[in-house]
Design a protein around this ligand. Structure first.
Ligand code: CAA
Length: 270
């Protein structure tokens, strides 16, 4: 997600500093950026010169101090509250006082993350969808503590990137995931009960409902750990049984089969 978001920002003409945890992750991030923009060149959507300009706008580093001059920081570390809180405490230390700090969380409380900083009025959620360079929606989340001007500024920036912002409050799953994951979880429950096969469920939803991907292909794209995290968060808040994670999903996550990113989830890859 981080590389995808960096690409969106750089394509929008902004100078981007991409921070990764170590040199290996940095190389993976660079690889994502290069292959995604390379594919756009091959498809005739981008010239080589434009690609070079985009890549030239992204500086990659492993040092948080390099974020010192940024106006906006978008955090996209794994979905663990302890980790996000640690990162935000560090961002609060190194970033300018007027910088807006945003989290790309898909399921955690933006309010809880904001609480680790001395500037909760400047903390928002900026939730991109996978793959970030393609999907138009960005949910912009303001908490009860966020100043409205910060939400407005981020929504304007998102629009300037050619994306469609919706501004919403801090509720588990926000809008899109709260609706989408009830459906994805039902698909997993249907598979589990032997009602239909994986392939038939996917085919029914692509050929019958006109969706670009069936639910199992989509869950593999999102990452099964992320799917489980979203369902757990929405279930904990709503107590709506439609969001009680299907056991097949928990089992795959326990086994480390997380979807495309690990080479196997509901499907096998490569
Ligand atoms: N990175 C960058 N660009 C990508 C890409 C990626 N990973 N995957 C595909 N693309 C681009 C292609 O380059 C192509 O661009 P152009 O049209 O400009 O040439 C375009 O997307 C279409 O790609 P393809 O023709 O190769 O494939 P496709 O038509 O099957 O589309 C898809 C692929 C866009 C992923 C489509 O299947 C789709 O929209 N799937 C549903 C995705 C979805 O629902 N995402 C939301 C998940 S929920 C979420 O993310 C929230 C959360 O918190 C968990």
């Amino acid at each position: 997600m981080g590389a995808g978001i960096a690409e969106v920002l750089a394509r929008g003409g902004l100078a981007v500093v991409g921070i990764e945890i170590d040199a290996a992750a940095l190389e993976r991030g660079r690889g994502h950026l290069e292959s995604s923009t390379g594919r756009a060149v091959k498809r005739g959507k981008l010239t080589e010169e434009a690609r070079a300009e985009i890549l030239g706008r992204v500086v990659l580093s492993t040092d948080f101090a390099d974020l010192g001059d940024c106006d906006l920081v978008v955090e996209a570390v794994p979905e663990r509250l302890d980790l996000k809180r640690k990162v935000f405490a560090e961002l609060d230390r190194v970033c300018r006082d007027d910088a807006v700090l945003a989290t790309n969380t898909s399921s955690l409380s933006v309010t809880e993350i904001a609480g680790t900083t001395g500037r909760p009025t400047k903390v928002v959620g900026v939730h991109f969808f996978n793959p970030a360079p393609v999907m138009r929606l960005v949910e912009v989340i303001g908490t009860v503590l966020t100043e409205p001007a910060a939400v407005r500024r981020v929504a304007e920036l998102v629009r300037g990137l050619g994306k469609t912002p919706v501004t919403i409050g801090d509720r588990a799953g926000f809008v899109a995931n709260r609706l989408l994951f009830g459906y994805l979880n039902q698909a997993a429950a249907m598979l589990e009960s032997g009602h239909a096969t994986r392939d038939d469920i996917d085919t029914a939803m692509t050929a019958g409902a006109g969706l670009p991907m069936g639910p199992f292909t989509l869950m593999d794209l999102i990452g099964l750990d992320t799917c489980l995290g979203v369902l757990e968060a929405v279930y904990a808040e709503s107590r709506d049984r439609r969001h009680a994670p299907s056991p097949v999903l928990s089992e795959l996550v326990r086994a480390g089969l997380l979807g495309r990113k690990t080479g196997r989830g509901f499907y096998s890859y490569g």
